[in-house]
Design a protein around this ligand. Structure first.
Ligand code: DBV
Length: 248
């Protein structure tokens, strides 16, 4: 079993336990993609699988799972709420490359700097963050322009031991997902028109940033080509703009 399979299995099983999931369409040709990379003895297979669901409150729950051997494993797992809720995004970027592990876990805020928003969606998870951060120290530099999209409970770490990913990171992932679903349980639809517009703009801001700056773009382009990669990014991984355009 590969490193992040357990995370994906847990997430899907746990979501099914707590919510009623419906299928979310994955565009044809994007549910599973394989390529042979490298030459000669270094040749290997890289498989990317996609997984997606929706619920009455969550527009898209989706995962991209990249499996390319011991030194290439990625699970990018994001939950996008429906636009009538002020819920944060659940964002997990679990990355293993030849250079090591890189872990980003957060409930990414719509309105990071609003005290009432922090009170509602960051304060409650700070104890979880602090407990895990003791074992998962700050990972250092990350792009400054990404800062507005992370909460003060952003768990960002670069474990040197794989066993730390299997134990501590897995525990943090479970706790964050549990806390996120507690928020989802309590979420009530927003009715104020102006607030709804602000939510939509904040979702689009986040989405455009992630689609434009996707750190996996280079990797996917190398494996599967530019056409597949751009369609995967805009048509599945970060699809809100496309979906809004479809409904008009
Ligand atoms: N990242 C994605 C998707 C991925 C993915 C959809 C399916 O958003 C993988 C795959 N992330 C991925 C890979 C790398 C990173 C790095 C392969 C390594 C890139 C490389 O080194 O070549 C959090 N992910 C990162 C980094 C950060 C994040 C901060 C380091 C990037 C850097 O140093 O430039 N999660 C990521 C992020 C946001 C987020 C940028 C922004 C809001 O939520």
């Amino acid at each position: 079993m590969t490193l992040y399979q357990k995370f994906l299995d847990h997430a899907i099983a746990y979501l099914k336990e707590r919510l009623t999931l419906t299928a979310y369409p994955i565009p044809e040709g994007f549910d599973r993609k394989q390529a042979t990379v490298g030459k000669g003895k270094k040749q290997s297979e890289v498989l990317t699988t996609s997984h997606a669901f929706a619920t009455s409150k969550l527009r898209q729950i989706r995962a991209a799972h990249v499996q390319g051997g011991k030194a290439l494993q990625v699970l990018n797992f994001v939950i996008f709420p429906h636009l009538k809720y002020d819920l944060p995004f659940f964002g997990a970027d679990l990355v293993t490359l030849p250079g090591g592990h890189l872990i980003a876990l957060d409930m990414q805020p719509l309105f990071r700097d609003e005290p009432a928003y922090q009170e509602k969606y960051t304060q409650p998870i700070l104890p979880i963050f602090q407990a895990h951060q003791l074992h998962l120290p700050w990972g250092g530099d990350f792009p400054a322009e990404a800062q507005p999209f992370f909460s003060p409970a952003f768990l960002w770490t670069r474990p040197t031991e794989t066993s730390v990913v299997e134990t501590r990171v897995f525990a943090a992932f479970r706790d964050y997902l549990q806390a996120y679903l507690d928020f989802v349980d309590r979420a009530e639809p927003v009715t104020d028109e102006q607030h709804l517009e602000e939510i939509k703009q904040a979702q689009l801001r986040y989405l455009r940033y992630r689609a434009e700056k996707d750190p996996a773009r280079g990797m996917f382009t190398r494996f599967y080509g530019i056409e597949w990669t751009e369609e995967y990014i805009h048509g599945f991984l970060f699809d809100l703009e496309k979906k809004l355009a479809e409904v008009g």
